[in-house]
Design a protein around this ligand. Structure first.
Ligand SMILES: [Cu+2]
Length: 410
């Protein structure tokens, strides 16, 4: 056979093979999905029994998502804009120096030339109120700082968050780890416009609660999903703690302390104020209007706007966290962010148990949440800081204080 015959056959074959592969790789339509997964669906629908519920508080309500519903826990959340000071004591307690005389100067000392915002930035934060009138704000634990209020629920519960956007931009509340109930009016995390309210409902099935090797509670996060990265750097993140069944009293939003005496929540993060919605407002606050020709791309200027913080505090400007010698402390650790948000949370003066392992340094990657248990035994004032050298030098550090129970001086 010569080429004149072979060539047209080869071309014909290649067209057939292109058509076949195009057919194979065409996007799956819903009918194709249905064909492919009919067997699996059939097995799930007809052969696998639903997981029996063991809730002691089961109200008998079953949702389309599967989990049985225990209590409905109501929260009234807002987003509010505030001028946040990362270093309110105006002192570098880490190095025991004035802010001007330490590494802190770049990040916390205001200056017109070169342009430096200093320690105060316009931010947004979640806050909680007592009811749907949104008139009485629930006191925000000062150590939580920019972190949102703690939302607590037990496995089997439903969390109902009535959200009022008191800020000037679109925001939302979107949870990790739990099941957002389908809402015909808004997809989960969809933006809520300023002044508008929305009610979110989240179910807490077994798979949102502690696993076999977890302690009796664990932490997730809620964030704003309107513009995820910029909302986060603007300050919007809060803790969502899920307990095993039976730890939360009816009507009380605090645990009954069966296996711990105190809870602490910290988030280590590099808040990049360059990526906040409010950079322009922060500059204006600092008397640095963008019309003044500030070079927003200058590397040192940009670094000065990165705040290496714990709960919104730098250089040990958080009031010391108070722990009692011999008590059982549950410490929830969070981080979110970017490649720079690789943190190693480290306690001086104590060790922790995490998943049965003894550690005094815990690795945190963006979007990871860990629960550590510790029994402080060594009275005194200790550092809790990120062990990444750069982060520690730039102020990602707080004090905690272990109070002696036998009157010893320390
Ligand atoms: Cu770090």
């Amino acid at each position: 056979m010569n080429f004149r015959v072979l060539l047209p056959i080869a071309v014909l074959l290649s067209i057939v093979s292109i058509q076949t592969s195009a057919q194979q790789s065409r996007p799956l339509t819903s009918s194709l999905y249905r064909q492919r997964f009919t067997k699996t669906l059939h097995r799930l629908q007809h052969h696998q029994q639903p997981t029996p519920t063991t809730s002691t508080h089961n109200l008998g309500v079953t949702t389309s998502a599967g989990p049985s519903v225990g209590r409905v826990r109501d929260y009234f959340l807002t987003v509010e804009e505030l001028d946040w000071n990362y270093a309110p004591t105006k002192w570098d307690h880490l190095y025991g120096k004035s802010l001007n005389d330490s590494m802190a100067a770049l990040y916390t000392v205001h200056s017109l030339n070169p342009p430096r915002v200093g320690a105060v930035y316009r931010k947004a934060a979640y806050r909680a109120y007592t009811d749907a009138s949104f008139r009485m704000r629930i006191s925000h634990d000062s150590y939580l700082g920019t972190l949102g209020p703690v939302i607590r629920a037990e496995v089997g519960d439903r969390v109902r968050v009535r959200f009022r956007n008191m800020a000037s931009r679109n925001y939302s509340v979107y949870p990790y780890g739990v099941v957002s109930r389908y809402d015909r009016s808004k997809k989960a995390g969809a933006p809520i416009t300023p002044g508008e309210e929305h009610v979110y409902e989240w179910d807490i099935p077994d798979r949102s609660g502690p696993g076999p090797k977890d302690p009796s509670s664990l932490v997730w996060a809620y964030v704003s999903d309107a513009n995820p990265t910029r909302d986060l750097h603007s300050g919007l993140v809060g803790p969502l703690i899920v307990y095993k069944r039976g730890l939360l009293e009816p009507g009380i939003l605090y645990p009954t302390k069966q296996d711990f005496d105190q809870e602490i929540v910290t988030i280590m993060m590099v808040n990049d104020e360059n990526r906040s919605h409010y950079l322009t407002q922060s500059l204006a606050l600092a008397g640095l209007p963008t019309s003044a020709g500030i070079d927003l791309t200058d590397a040192t200027f940009r670094e000065s706007n990165r705040m290496y913080n714990v709960n919104g505090f730098v250089f040990n400007n958080m009031e010391p966290l108070m722990l009692v010698q011999g008590s059982r402390v549950r410490w929830y650790l969070m981080t979110l962010g970017d490649e720079i948000d690789i943190h190693t949370a480290h306690w001086h003066g104590a060790t922790t148990l995490i998943g049965g392992h003894r550690l005094d340094t815990v690795e945190l990657l963006p979007g990871t949440f860990r629960t550590a248990d510790l029994v402080p035994d060594n009275p005194g004032q200790w550092l809790f800081h990120c062990h990444v050298s750069k982060h520690m030098m730039a102020g990602m550090s707080v004090f905690y204080q272990i109070l002696s129970t036998n009157g010893e001086e320390w």
